[in-house]
Design a protein around this ligand. Structure first.
Ligand SMILES: Nc1ncnc2c1ncn2[C@@H]1O[C@H](COP(=O)(O)OP(=O)(O)O)[C@@H](O)[C@H]1O
Ligand SMILES: [Mg+2]
Length: 245
């Protein structure tokens, strides 16, 4: 689903990604770890074409997004969902309208009934059917996250990119959101790249994880391999994360 070859990205003197290569199979959940400022968000933004790399190729579902014009890029983006940490709902719209919005934009030919059916179906996936006519201000933080998740998957993306999806959530909601992401993988064979430093989330979701450090993929493996590693840097990172969790 994703094939990154020799990706480099700098901002002025600051080298953020240095010659990174990465492969994500269809249906895989890849977790990206790293301390703050290590290029995790930049990596996601390169994958969706919001930032263009200085070097390298990024193939998404076989298309080299580095070489596409905006129109072609927008076609590829229809198959990619993106959930930013700060992804806010539209406050003046109901949950139903929030979910209908990307559908109408991407599929202008859908009828009102088709849109409504899809909104109801997608809300069921996140167990929020009953909130369909509520305003965002009436929802708890965890519910807003679930609506945000529903809104980013309603167009049936083959690939989902999550940037710190559980930051700021309590452990129970974190578990719920993580299980939802896992269910999407199982139900739709969805591929996901999840940036997180939440070990609860990673343990539930990850098939494999990479660790960004000093602009490189410094470590790679299953969560078990990484958390049980004797590498001092990893031991230190995970002991701090465990205390926090
Ligand atoms: N558009 C930008 N212009 C300049 N510097 C940027 C830009 N985006 C990110 N950076 C810098 O790149 C580094 C990596 O950022 P980021 O990927 O957001 O880190 P994180 O791993 O915390 O997600 C940071 O030092 C950040 O300040
Ligand atoms: Mg970030």
């Amino acid at each position: 689903m994703i094939e990154i070859e020799n990706l480099s990205k700098s901002f002025g003197q600051l080298v953020v990604l240095d010659n990174i290569s990465l492969y994500v199979s269809e249906g895989e959940n890849l977790v990206v770890f790293g301390r703050s400022g290590q290029g995790k968000s930049v990596l996601l933004k390169c994958i969706i074409g919001l930032l263009s790399p200085d070097n390298g190729n990024i193939l998404v579902d076989g298309k080299n997004i580095v070489a596409l014009n905006l129109k072609e890029l927008n076609e590829v983006r229809k198959n990619i969902g993106f959930l930013f940490q700060s992804a806010a709902l539209y406050d003046s719209m109901t949950v139903r309208e929030n979910l209908a919005f990307p559908l109408k934009r991407n599929f202008p030919n859908l009828t009102d009934k088709e849109i409504n059916d899809k909104v109801e179906y997608t809300l069921e996936l996140v167990s929020l059917e009953y909130a369909i006519d509520k305003m965002p201000s009436e929802l708890s933080g965890g519910m807003k996250k679930r609506v945000g998740l529903a809104r980013s998957i309603i167009t049936d993306p083959k690939l989902m990119l999550y940037d710190e999806p559980t930051t700021g959530l309590d452990p129970i909601t974190t578990k719920e959101i993580s299980e939802l992401i896992l269910n999407l993988q199982k139900k739709f064979n969805m591929t996901s790249v999840i940036v997180t430093h939440d070990l609860i989330c990673a343990e539930i979701i990850a098939d494999r994880a990479i660790f960004l450090k000093d602009a490189k993929i410094a470590y790679e493996g299953t969560i078990e391999e990484l958390t049980k590693s004797n590498v001092p840097f990893l031991k230190n990172f995970f002991s701090h994360e465990l205390i926090k969790a």
